[in-house]
Design a protein. Sequence first.
Length: 264
Amino acid sequence: MATQGWFNHYDDPDEFWDDEPFTPRKAPWDSANGSAVEHSARPVAQNSLTNSAPQPESAAHNAGGANELQHRSGSSFVSMDLDHGLLPIRLNFRAGWSRHVAPHEVSEELMLAYRGAVATRMAQVYSGHARPSRRELSVNAVPDRRTMLMVLLETETWEQFSAVSSSMNCGSWHEARGHVMDDGGRPVSLTGDRRYLRSITVQPNWAAVVHPDQIADEVLWCAEIIRAQRPNFSPRGDYSRYSDEDLEYGLDRHRVRLLNERVG
């Protein structure tokens, strides 16, 4: 799937020191909020299909057997568009979904589509001559040192500084459930970490009776929750006039000031 190694830990953030407040230029709203402004909260599913279909055939059978289904990347019946945090922003159902994907295969087929979308994104990012930065791979990657310095300079309390420092190099785990209720529960759920989705679960009984666009809506709803839960390391200000050395010095004094405020 994705190339490993671009989430390597940096030095202990406690080695950073803070400084007097900087006065960054105010950045535009979109750069302050990262990828969340690039798409709507509830993207619309594409390629509406009717739900009047005969008994679904086996997706494993149509894909050439269970082993191929288990190891292949990508789905023949649904594709996904991803944002820069590798979370889905659109699902595209193809003709034949309701005929060829059985209700109990929906979860696996959606994860195949997700893995295929990630593989496509990685191929695009690595297609150039230069090695891509962590930020190009994912906005949720461990930030570069300069970004770390800028984000830490914008913390306002020692507690916030400590929490942000820790979260920059640590993983995170997120779970989200859809808003539709069925038989006393929520039939769609997603889990993921700061890099990828790890599971998409759709209850078969619900998947058997709903339009594919309803499945898409629930998946995108859950993806938006995970997107909001993930840490975001985009500085709010414009620090372009400061060198890295300036930021290091500024962070030295900022850290000391926050610590002094905390203890006294």
